[in-house]
Design a protein. Structure first.
Length: 153
């Protein structure tokens, strides 16, 4: 059964640092996926709404790997606001290593109780970028106080 660690990061540089570290410990490039909302999305037809299409597809992908509806919405909202998601898939031990690595690089906590707001460690409320606050996590396969989560699918 595949396990996927998911971490939400404030920017691409943070996710790139995680990617480098994961490849150094043996993750293949095909096992790692970094996702952010593209700034320039092409229209695919008359009724095309690229931003909406992207968000719907991301939410569906997250639910397919086991994210609850509230988790999927929180991740989609965070990506729409400029966050970067990183996925690392492998065995149970590999997923644990990936989650630990993501947490060392300050994977954000998702606030599921008050507005699905991402909370990036070290970022104070009112600072430039996303609005942040304290977070408590409810959810699956994740250690209390850590931002990365592991989904089994």
């Amino acid at each position: 059964m595949a396990r996927t660690a998911i971490g939400l990061f404030e920017n691409e540089a943070s996710a790139a640092a995680v990617t480098r570290e994961l490849t150094e410990v043996g993750f293949a490039p095909a096992e790692i996926r970094v996702l952010f909302e593209p700034l320039d999305m092409p229209l695919t037809g008359v009724l095309s709404a690229p931003g909406t299409d992207f968000s719907l597809a991301l939410g569906q992908d997250l639910r397919e790997i086991g994210a609850l509806e509230t988790e999927a919405r929180a991740y989609v909202l965070a990506v729409q606001q400029g966050g970067v998601l990183e996925f690392a898939t492998g065995s149970g031990a590999q997923a644990d290593i990936a989650a630990e690595t993501m947490n060392r690089h300050k994977a954000a906590q998702i606030e599921e109780l008050t507005g699905f707001e991402p909370v990036f460690p070290g970022v104070t409320p009112g600072s430039e970028g996303l609005t942040h606050g304290e977070s408590t996590l409810a959810g699956r396969n994740h250690s209390s106080g850590d931002g990365a989560r592991i989904f089994v699918w």
